[in-house]
Write a protein that binds this ligand. Structure first.
Ligand code: SF4
Length: 210
């Protein structure tokens, strides 16, 4: 069990999947820079991130719900959570987190991990089972269903442990240039193409060796 002071933000999981160093720069060093991708996401979330709810028939829609898990030590917000009362077609009440994304489905699992972490929080807070989560993608304006299966749960819990590890140890992994760096908002502060100390020393040696 974690105390509130040791909670990590759900956003840290996505940052970790994107790049562990980016995660550490943001959540250990406290650095943050905007780029076109972060601004697009912020604009979309401003539209949905309001504390409000509405009810229509058996469906109750809650926006901006704050969530946490003391078992996993995570906290954050859901863009939307839908609560649907049991009907003839369902075996019980359904709890469904819905996450809004500005772009389109990603190649990596970062979005799915974030959604699964939301599901794990809701399960702990509401003592229920969340079988599915949805994404609403702004670019395609379509909903995509994600099954919260055992494999995704395991991956998500492993990533949560890894983030707790680097945050508790205040460990910042070394830079390593990859194709992802081109889209990274922290490129300028990270300087992933800069020489590391060992390479710099080798270079200096070549300069001063007769
Ligand atoms: S620039 Fe590259 S190595 Fe540095 S934080 Fe971003 S993705 Fe990671």
């Amino acid at each position: 069990m974690y105390i509130e002071d040791d909670f990590i933000q759900l956003s840290a999981l996505q940052h970790y999947v994107f790049c562990p160093r980016q995660c550490a720069l943001i959540h250990v060093e406290g650095l943050w820079c905007e780029n076109v991708f972060t601004v697009r996401g912020d604009i979309l979330h401003e539209k949905v991130d309001t504390d409000s709810f509405e009810s229509r028939g058996a469906l109750r829609t809650v926006r901006g719900l704050r969530i946490h898990s003391t078992r996993l030590g995570i906290a954050g917000r859901c863009d939307v959570v839908e609560f649907r009362r049991a009907s003839e077609s369902t075996s019980g009440d359904v709890v469904l987190p819905v996450e809004f994304k500005s772009g389109q489905p990603k190649d990596d699992i970062s979005d799915k991990v974030q959604l699964c972490a939301q599901a794990l929080c809701l399960e702990e807070m509401l003592n229920t089972k969340v079988e599915r989560g949805d994404f609403f993608y702004g670019r395609t304006r379509r909903r995509v269903h994600v099954e919260i299966n055992e494999q995704l749960r395991t991956q998500t819990e492993e990533i949560i442990s890894a983030v707790h590890d680097i945050v508790s140890r205040k460990y910042v992994p070394k830079m390593r240039y990859t194709v992802k760096c081109r889209n990274c908002s922290l490129y300028d502060v990270c300087q992933p193409k800069a020489m590391n100390e060992r390479k710099l020393q080798q270079y200096m040696n070549t300069l001063y060796t007769p």
